[in-house]
Design a protein around this ligand. Structure first.
Ligand code: AMP
Ligand code: ZN
Length: 459
């Protein structure tokens, strides 16, 4: 199985670090200060597909996803206000209440989109003590230093900075903005701990007075605690590459001397009408808003599955309409197969499964795997085809098992006659076929033939 690794910039053969069957995987979770928008959710559908493909390939997964409930500033690079504190102030609510509410809504979205919740979900505020220890370790190892407003990571100490994004230290120096933070050794150093002004809502005692953790230190601390100094896969959206993940690597190298993950895998962004999603444009849609507009969560999941995770996905209501029609056709076709007692040759099924596996093993090429499904559904109607589609759905997660059943109890004798009739038709023995059709009509059954095969219906 091959996965595109942002770190090596190529598709790497997947092999767990310890050679075992268990994949240790860390996924950057949401900042719970607002509803997740469809762009955020695209990234978690991608995480879910990766997990499902690994499971299909026989791996067990120990997945960890954090919930950021403190420390993520309005700008990823240390500027602005803590997103949680800002919302708390604006909504005149307690930040803990806000975090609890949006975490619950987020996990409800997971459920509606058939996103399997990772085995461990951990929230940052439960690990403040461990984060402080991490910061102390970085100071001790010569990477962290104190200023008037916090503890900073000295990027000049880590020569490997920039390996994920290609932004070398020289690029950073050239592009650094002049900041009014005199205490920093280099303008591009980042905060690992912030000292809190008195009025700051979320703050904890630390060796450096009252304060709160930097966003990046949260992920380094929680991933290490749950998965060890090094683990197999780290995921996130592409926006995390140049700052958040670069900083996570720098922190781990400073603390443990190692890059924390073997494979860094990033999902590309969702655009709306070809542009950025933003609150000011009013296009940060939620799943609830899509439901109100008549699109089920499964249609949205299907929409996401149609684009490779490393390609941008442009959301428009026209393309969603297309996805809705296509998903409905898919379900209708699946039902036809489900209701057909006919069989399909094992070699035909094997060919489809082989193609499906080749696609998912090739850097999770789910759009191509969907293509295999669509081609397979053109086979003559057969329960075998439906059963294989159900197996594929372990990856797709599109609820094929919940398709509405047309309640029909068709006696074996009727099925046998229908099969004979089909054979007669194939041999162009129309007289025999017509005679059987007449018998079946007498018994109260109608056989409907189409390009895709046949179905039996009660009159
Ligand atoms: P946040 O809650 O801001 O930390 O974001 C949660 C996840 O959503 C992160 O992994 C981001 O990379 C991802 N994300 C944010 N905006 C988009 C977008 N427009 N399309 C896809 N993923 C996104
Ligand atoms: Zn993270």
């Amino acid at each position: 199985m091959k996965l595109y690794n942002t770190l090596t910039r190529k598709k790497d053969e997947f092999k767990t670090l310890d050679g075992s069957n268990t994949v240790r995987m860390y996924s950057c979770g949401p900042t719970v200060y607002n509803y997740a928008h469809i762009g955020n959710l695209r990234t978690y559908v991608f995480m879910d597909l990766l997990r499902r493909v690994l499971k299909y390939e026989g791996y067990n997964i120990k997945g960890v996803m954090n919930i950021t409930d403190v420390g993520h500033l309005t700008d990823d690079d240390d500027n602005g206000e803590d997103k949680m504190a800002k919302t708390a102030r604006e909504q005149k609510k307690d930040p803990w209440q806000i975090a609890k509410y949006y975490t619950e809504v987020f996990l409800k979205d997971f459920k509606r989109l058939n996103i399997d919740v990772p085995e461990i979900v951990c929230k940052a505020t439960d690990y403040i003590g461990e984060m402080i220890e991490y910061v102390e370790g970085l100071i001790k190892n010569g990477y962290g230093y104190e200023t008037d407003d916090g503890i900073y990571y000295d990027i000049s100490k880590f020569s490997g900075y920039g390996q994920l994004s290609g932004n070398t230290l020289d690029d950073l120096k050239a592009g650094a903005r002049i900041e009014v933070n005199d205490g920093k050794r280099n303008p591009y150093d980042f905060a690992i701990w912030k000292k809190a002004p008195k009025e700051h809502i979320m703050q904890w005692p630390s060796p450096w007075g009252q304060g709160y953790p930097g966003w990046h230190i949260e992920c380094s601390t929680m991933s290490r605690l749950h998965l060890g100094d090094q683990f197999d896969i780290h995921t996130g959206g592409v926006d995390h590459i140049p700052i958040h993940h670069e900083n996570e690597i720098a922190q781990s190298e400073g603390f443990t001397g190692k890059n924390p993950a073997k494979y860094w895998i990033h999902g590309d962004f969702m655009l709306v009408d070809g542009g950025k999603m933003s609150k000011s444009l009013g296009n940060t849609y939620t799943i609830d808003q899509l439901i109100e507009k008549g699109y089920s969560p499964m249609v949205f999941r299907f929409f996401c599955l149609n684009a490779h995770y490393r390609k941008k996905l442009n959301f428009t209501f026209e393309t969603m309409d297309g996805a809705k029609t296509s998903y409905e056709r898919l379900c209708a076709s699946l039902l036809k197969h489900k209701n057909s007692p006919a069989k399909t040759d094992a070699s035909v099924l094997e060919k489809y499964e082989k193609e499906f596996r080749e696609d998912i093993q090739d850097d999770i090429n789910v759009p191509s795997a969907l293509g295999v499904l669509f081609t397979m559904l053109k086979e003559p109607a057969s329960i075998d085809v439906y059963n294989l589609a159900l197996k594929f759905d372990k990856v797709f997660g599109l609820d094929f098992d919940k398709l509405e059943e047309e309640k029909q109890d068709i006696p074996a004798e009727v099925i046998e006659k229908a099969e004979k009739m089909q054979s007669a038709r194939l041999e162009k023995n129309w007289a025999v076929a017509d005679a059987i059709r007449a018998e079946l009509t007498e018994m109260g059954y109608v056989i409907k033939n189409s390009k895709e095969g046949y179905t039996i219906e009660k009159k």
